[in-house]
Design a protein around this ligand. Sequence first.
Ligand code: RRO
Length: 305
Amino acid sequence: MTNIRTTICGLRLENPTVLPAGILGVTAASLKRVAASGAGAVTTKSIGPLKREGHKNPVVVEVNGGLLNSVGLPCPSLEESIEELTNAVKESSVPVIASFYGRSIDEFGLVAERISKARPDLIEANISCPNIEDEFGKPFGTDHRFARAVTEKVKDSSKVPLIVKLSPNVPDIKVIAAAVEEGGADCISAINTLGPGMCIDIPTGRPVLSNKVGGMSGPAAFPVAVRCVYEIYDAVDIPVIGMGGIQSGLDAVQMLMAGASAVGIGTAVWKTGPEVFGQVCDELARFMQVNGYRSLKELTGKAHQ
Ligand code: RRO
């Protein structure tokens, strides 16, 4: 049988598909359901320092090529999020990644320290949400100095292996990737959503999203995600979880060839349901069998040869 196992930061995944942050990740019950449906690992919705409402509806709109969202980082209180995370870690059949954010460098450290006590397998610093801003009005992940400083702070605050999630909305993603690697990141996930973009409701003549603009995900983002992962693979030695518009096993193959060691599947879960994980794995395994690949290692980074 074809082996589609992978290893990220010493953690073995039975298959390379990962539920990314932001989809079905608020409760332990939904994470458990996704785990049971075939994902290799699951990620929580980004956990923040304080209870937060997020933006008013509508927060998601379907557009040609995918979705625009500006959910606005809603989350329960830190205590409630930690309780759900603790249950998810206990009950999930696959590794659990705790995504989190802060509104300052110190808050990133504080939240990392608190959530690490729930013993997630990995933590993921979301420095790339397009819908909240640092004190200078930009996501932390758009400036290499902030990206490195946040990474260093989190590494000082937690012993759990750290993924840093990068934004595609930067002039040179290689510079940010190198900065977080220098700051001590153990892994990079890429990409967060593109944009921002806007969709206008013609009858009213107004933007559909209450926040007017939002991040673009789905198939239209896929070639950008592949290019970003390709560049990151060249820039760093740590593993990459590639995500952005993957819908099929062959999309996963492209992402692995670009340099990913695992692949996130988000918008396709919204569209197809959690069974997409099994479908992607079956197609990936078939591709490998037909084309004589014995392990994912033979695919990762192949486009660089
Ligand atoms: O909640 C959001 O609006 C959101 C987040 Br945290 C993120 O990282 N990426 C995104 O597109 N939306």
